[in-house]
Structure formats: structure tokens, C-alpha cells
Write a protein that binds this ligand. Structure first.
Ligand SMILES: Nc1ncnc2c1ncn2[C@@H]1O[C@H](COP(=O)(O)OP(=O)(O)O)[C@@H](O)[C@H]1O
Ligand SMILES: [Mg+2]
Length: 302
């Protein structure tokens, strides 16, 4: 797990960030940035670089190797610190709060500006990155920066998709994005997986959810990872989140993904609320209707 760096921010100085962003810049060319190149990349003197390297190493923000040459690379924590600092400087974030969720591919924290927000650090490529790190002899360069690149691309993608979908589709409002981090509205409510709906709400919630899937389709996207874990419910309705893997409706597998999404959701409702989901609801019929733009309600055909 990646440590929460928010607590470190107050003790980090401008020059520490020059150093971190110097390492980040050097990593565009090579995973391990040579010590000699750091004064130039970070715009610091030799002595200052040594002092800052020491401080950042001690805090686990960077890592050092001395095989072949003395080199440095960012840890995910260092990358988090850079993103967080940028978001603070932009005044997107003014306070840092507690964890909202740890996913397979993300860490999500509550943050604040004038209202509660959610900060999601993307971790795509993380597991792979740690494994590679353990096993690797330092000879093989270049599979490296992929974790940084993969995580950043995922964040950019998720932010772009939220911007397209919001507010036509019920998704968290996107607020800002930097590096591998996105800031969005903090959702109220609970994950669908962690709630038990009242008998008389079951069909209504299923219907709302499928309506949002249809709305997203009409806005050009299929979620492609729909499940009870990526849906929040509250009194006001439902919200669908976790969009980085979504595909556009003209993607060659869009139809397959749409069908899988609907099968997952209808299947979940059927397993959890067998009494309340009519047999006649067929996820393929629903998918057909969504693709044709004629979807009205899951009960229409029952
Ligand atoms: N905007 C948000 N507001 C509140 N909680 C959130 C928000 N976004 C994510 N979470 C919480 O964090 C968890 C992981 O987020 P998610 O986007 O699903 O990432 P992953 O790809 O890791 O599954 C979610 O299951 C949810 O509980
Ligand atoms: Mg998720």
C-alpha cells in the first residue's frame, strides 16, 4: 500500500519539491535519473541537491540505486506529493481528510475546499511496478516509467469522461486533475453492495441504474466495469463512478461490454433480491433497447 503523504506536506520545503520535480523530469528519459543530472533538472546547486536528496530519501519519496551509476527514481509517494502540492497550490484542495476507499487500482481520500471533495490517486500499474522492482536486476531500463505513465493516463481519461458525462449522467462532478490524481465531488450515500434495499425500492433502483447506463450510452460511453461496487445509492438516487476503463460507443467491443455491464447488474439484483426482480427482465433485451435509443424502463417488457 502506498503511504498517505498528506501529513508530510507541511514539513516539505519548496526546494524539496524542486528536487522531486527534477527527478520526475529526468524520468522522462530513464527510470533511474543520474545524480549528475539533478542540479540541472531541479534548478538547484550541487550542495542543495545532496541535502534535498537526503531529506526526500528519508521520507520515502524517492529511491536510490548505486549499481552502474548513482541514480534516483520517484516512489509513488513522491509522485503523490507532487500532485497533492499542485492541487493545493491551485486552491482545489485546502484540507486533507480520511480514506474513503482503497481499491485495487486507486486510493481515495476525502479532501476539502469550501465543500467536501474526493481525491482519487490512480494506481494502475502499481502492483506490476512493485513486483518488477523486487525482482529486477537493474540492467533492464524502460519498462519503468510505465507505472507513472499508466496511472497518469488513467486519471486524465477518467477526468475527461466525467467532464463529458456530467451532468447528463448521474456521476460525481469532476473538479480538477493533476498527474495521476483527480478531484471530484464527494458522493453521499453508500455503495450498492453494502446496502439492503427495501422491498418496494428494489425495482425502482434497478430502473434508475439502467436509466443512467442508457444516459451514458446516449452520451457516447459504455462503463465496461459495472458492478454493485461502482454504484452509490442515496435518497436522491444513484451515482455511477470509476470510469477510467470506459469505452466509447463506437468501440468494436462496446456492444459486448454493454451486455456484460447489464448482465452484472441484473444478475446482482436477481441474486440479492430474488423475490423482487421479475423473471421477464432480460439484460439482452435491455441492451438492444439502449442501443436502439428506445429504452424506457426495465419493466416495459415484463
Ligand atoms: N467521489 C467519491 N465520493 C466518495 N467515495 C468515493 C468516491 N470515489 C470513490 N470513492 C470510494 O473509493 C472506492 C474506490 O474508488 P473507485 O473509483 O471505485 O476506484 P477503483 O478503481 O480502485 O475501484 C469506491 O468503492 C468508493 O467507496
Ligand atoms: Mg471501483
Amino acid at each position: 500500500m502506498v503511504r498517505n503523504v498528506a501529513g508530510l506536506l507541511p514539513e516539505l520545503e519548496d526546494e524539496d519539491f524542486y528536487l522531486l520535480s527534477g527527478v520526475e523530469q529526468g524520468m522522462r528519459f530513464s527510470e533511474w535519473v543520474q545524480r549528475e543530472k539533478l542540479p540541472k533538472f531541479s534548478d538547484l546547486t550541487e550542495e542543495e541537491v545532496d541535502y534535498r536528496l537526503e531529506r526526500c530519501l528519508k521520507r520515502g519519496l524517492i529511491e536510490k540505486k548505486t549499481i552502474q551509476y548513482e541514480g534516483y527514481t520517484l516512489q509513488f509517494e513522491g509522485y503523490d506529493a507532487l500532485a497533492l502540492r499542485t492541487l493545493v497550490q491551485r486552491e482545489t484542495i485546502s484540507e486533507f481528510g480520511s480514506p474513503l476507499g482503497v481499491g485495487k487500482e486507486s486510493d481515495v481520500y476525502e479532501v476539502r475546499s469550501y465543500k467536501p471533495l474526493a481525491l482519487k490517486y490512480h494506481r494502475e500499474g502499481y502492483t506490476n511496478f512493485r513486483e518488477v522492482h523486487k525482482e529486477r536486476d537493474y540492467a533492464s531500463e524502460n519498462e519503468h516509467v510505465s507505472w507513472m505513465y499508466t496511472a497518469r493516463k488513467a486519471a486524465e481519461r477518467e477526468h475527461d469522461i466525467l467532464e463529458t458525462l456530467y451532468p447528463d449522467v448521474s456521476v460525481p462532478q469532476p473538479i480538477d486533475q493533476n498527474r495521476h490524481a483527480i478531484v471530484m465531488e464527494k458522493m453521499d450515500g453508500v455503495e450498492l453492495s453494502r446496502t439492503r434495499l427495501e422491498a418496494d425500492q428494489v425495482l425502482g433502483v434497478l430502473d434508475l441504474l439502467v436509466e443512467e447506463i442508457a444516459n451514458a450510452y446516449a452520451s457516447g460511453y459504455v462503463h465496461a466495469d459495472m458492478s454493485e461496487y461502482n454504484v452509490f445509492v442515496n435518497e436522491a438516487g444513484v451515482k455511477i463512478f470509476d470510469w477510467p476503463q470506459a469505452v466509447t460507443t463506437d468501440h468494436e467491443n462496446a456492444s459486448e461490454f454493454l451486455r456484460r455491464d447489464l448482465t452484472n447488474i441484473v444478475g446482482y439484483f436477481r441474486r440479492k433480491y430474488p423475490q423482487h426482480v421479475p423473471e421477464g427482465i432480460d439484460s439482452d433485451d435491455v441492451a438492444d433497447a439502449i442501443e436502439a435509443g428506445t429504452f424506457e424502463s426495465v419493466e416495459a417488457d415484463v
